[in-house]
Design a protein. Structure first.
Length: 226
């Protein structure tokens, strides 16, 4: 990919505290909000559409540069897909396992991501990639920053589907204090502006069963990658 050009984190950002605070809206930090139940009515459609994506590019457990296999299974939708292997982290227009472009992003995904971003104070969000994570009991995602994207003025939109989870929300460094925030199916977290590079993750998923997803949780993570 072309060399990365980073722009100021607060450029074009409309402060979330300028927006009307509602009981279903929780402020995580300056630039980060949790929209409780924002996607709840759309979860059946989203689950059907993600299954369609997985039919074209199946879930797989990727390998990080250090050689460790991730406990979370992943696939992608959209023009660019996030991948990792022993050579590093990157976005790729092709699914490396099948050598073809990733499945197109479903309209239900694109519309939800734009609506959630606007509700959080980031109008005009047009993601070109959606990383889909599948968690089964025992899977987790360690603290990390989303920093493989070219434009840090664009937010991250993260949608929870299925089993409940504990979202790990840290700070600007890996050593900062971490909050464990309960997430339910249909909750949407959005972070950008001064919170764009916050360390975050997901605690080990507990046992359970969901009417729509069974014994797993899905996470749709929308990015403007290119």
């Amino acid at each position: 990919m072309a060399s990365t050009t980073h722009t100021p984190l607060d450029a074009g950002f409309r402060r979330h505290d300028e927006l009307f605070e509602r009981p279903d809206r929780e402020t995580l930090a300056d630039g980060a909000v949790l929209l409780r139940g924002f996607a709840a009515s759309e979860t059946p459609r989203l689950v059907i559409d993600l299954q369609g994506v997985a039919a074209g590019s199946p879930f797989r457990h990727m390998i990080v540069p250090g050689g460790h296999t991730m406990s979370v299974a992943m696939t992608n939708a959209g023009a660019l897909g996030w991948v990792t292997d022993r050579s590093g982290y990157r976005y790729d227009p092709l699914d490396p396992e099948i050598g073809r472009p990733w499945p197109a992003m479903p309209e239900s995904f694109r519309t939800l991501a734009a609506r959630a971003a606007e509700a959080a104070g980031f109008p005009g969000f047009a993601p070109d990639g959606c990383l889909i994570n599948r968690y089964t009991p025992g899977a987790r995602l360690t603290l990390h920053q989303d920093r493989n994207e070219r434009d840090f003025t664009q937010p991250i939109v993260s949608v929870s589907l299925g089993l409940p989870a504990k979202f790990l929300w840290g700070g600007a460094t890996r050593k900062d204090k971490v909050k464990r925030i309960p997430l339910a199916s249909g909750d949407v977290a959005v972070w950008g502006g001064p919170a764009r590079l916050t360390f975050h993750g997901v605690d080990k998923l507990a046992e359970g069963s969901d009417p729509l997803t069974g014994r797993c949780r899905f996470n749709l993570t929308f990015r403007k990658a290119g």
